[in-house]
Design a binder for this molecule. Sequence first.
Ligand SMILES: [Zn+2]
Length: 111
Amino acid sequence: MNKLSISDIIEISIFDDYLIKLEKHNMLQKIKPSSSEDLTIADLGKKDQRLGLKCNYCSRFRYMATHRFPPETCVKEIAASLHCARCCSDDVETFPVTRNSENGYWPAESS
Ligand SMILES: [Zn+2]
């Protein structure tokens, strides 16, 4: 049992490094969902990322405060309990947002 869980941890950390390398090479810094399905609120803080909320119906984009979520909360699952404050659509997604790698700015919110 111990051996199994140790090898699991190694696999996760390799995957994490791979994700960080991918992000460093993403010069376009598009606002898009991460490929990581199990990213948590705690991961956002470690990677200097913010929690983005986007409506797929009207394209409203906002940042959300993360302090009200437990650290183990899955980033993608937050969207399931939300709707768009502008058009009331349930078709919203939550995802990590990174700074623009060239100028250090966060992508602008849009309504
Ligand atoms: Zn909307």
